[in-house]
Write a protein that binds this ligand. Sequence first.
Ligand code: FAD
Length: 390
Amino acid sequence: MTLPWAACQVDPTRAGPVLVVGAGFGGAVMAERLASVYGIPSLVIDRRPHFGGMAHDRQDEWGNFVHSYGPHYFRTNSDRVKDYLSRFTEWTPCEYRASAMVGDRVFPFPLNLDTFEALTGAPATPELMAETLASWREDFPDPKNSEELVLSQVGRRLYELFYAGYTRKHWGKPASELHPSVCGRIPVKTTRDRRYLVERFQAVPTDGYTALFTRLLDHPLIELRLATELSDVLAREAGPFRHVVYSGALDELYGYALGPLEYRSVRWETTSAPVEFLLPEMQVNYPNDGDYTRRLEFKHALPHRRTLGTTVVTEFPEDWTPGKVPYYAMPTPDARAAYARYRALADAEPSLTVLGRIGSYVNYNMDQVTAQALALSDELGPRLTQGRAA
Ligand SMILES: Cc1cc2nc3c(=O)[nH]c(=O)nc-3n(C[C@H](O)[C@H](O)[C@H](O)COP(=O)(O)OP(=O)(O)OC[C@H]3O[C@@H](n4cnc5c(N)ncnc54)[C@H](O)[C@@H]3O)c2cc1C
């Protein structure tokens, strides 16, 4: 199985630029590190007309940040990642809050003591909630999938009200076919803590992700070409590139030679209105009704930025077919095994580094992709600066 470039186009012994495919967190952090630390030039390309990848944002007519590919809340436990990205942005602390619309009622979600009281219709204590959940739980000491995991945490009634429908809509598969970690990411609390996320540092870039990327990519050794396909570059440029860093889909890179991988895609619908808020909070989940999973109004994250209008986005999960944007890697054992076959091919290529969320086929968050790019640049930079000729 061959890669789409000719042997003469990638030559690690020459001082050409590194070709970085993708200007999201993976590609941009890698290009910045190679340039700033090792003095290695990069040509960064992206087929999108903008940089930032999935984290790209813009402002609506009232100045509210709107995330082009769904809401992005930055969180991390890694000091290295936080300190590194803090060179390119200031941060505004934010708390990610959500609720779930079940029937005609809105419940706090993830499940906590307030949700429990709203469901039972009576005041409760953490101890009472814990005891009740213990009596509702089903016995799965070693859950094999997300359904078993949730049943072992909260029992069938809560599983069916809050998890089963949402998971099926989001993934196009029942929770019984998905890895336990899919629903295992959602906390269950017996306190009144409303926070969705558990990481130590939770914030958003004060002037947005696009501004962060503008500074990240602003280096004389980085050339950026947007609206540019990998195939365009390979057709036009003889190279040689010193190395290829690739953050796209591996099945696409190999021309689907081993068959397409499984992904989930998304369609977004945007609604803007000249009112302060349209939703009661940042995220409302719709586990049971409609063919959408959630509606999001990001401006709740930045309460100090009062504006006279608002924009809400609604997420409609969709099947993925080649040609559509892959949003999520499918978290099933069969899908991971199919990816592993492509990955073995890529790992055998000394002039190729694969990274990022879709490249790695793991639904990493931004901090995890940043950490991955930092670690890979620590290894790749020294390798590329050794023993090369002009
Ligand atoms: C709906 C949604 C919500 C999310 N919310 C959060 C959140 O709240 N917090 C969080 O931390 N993370 C969140 N994430 C994850 C976050 O988006 C990713 O971790 C991060 O953006 C991944 O960066 P990346 O560089 O790996 O990939 P991407 O951002 O996808 O960048 C890869 C780029 O490569 C380009 N590319 C691919 N193939 C080619 C090619 N052949 N030629 C040219 N260009 C190519 C693509 O156009 C793309 O721009 C969310 C993801 C999704 C889908």
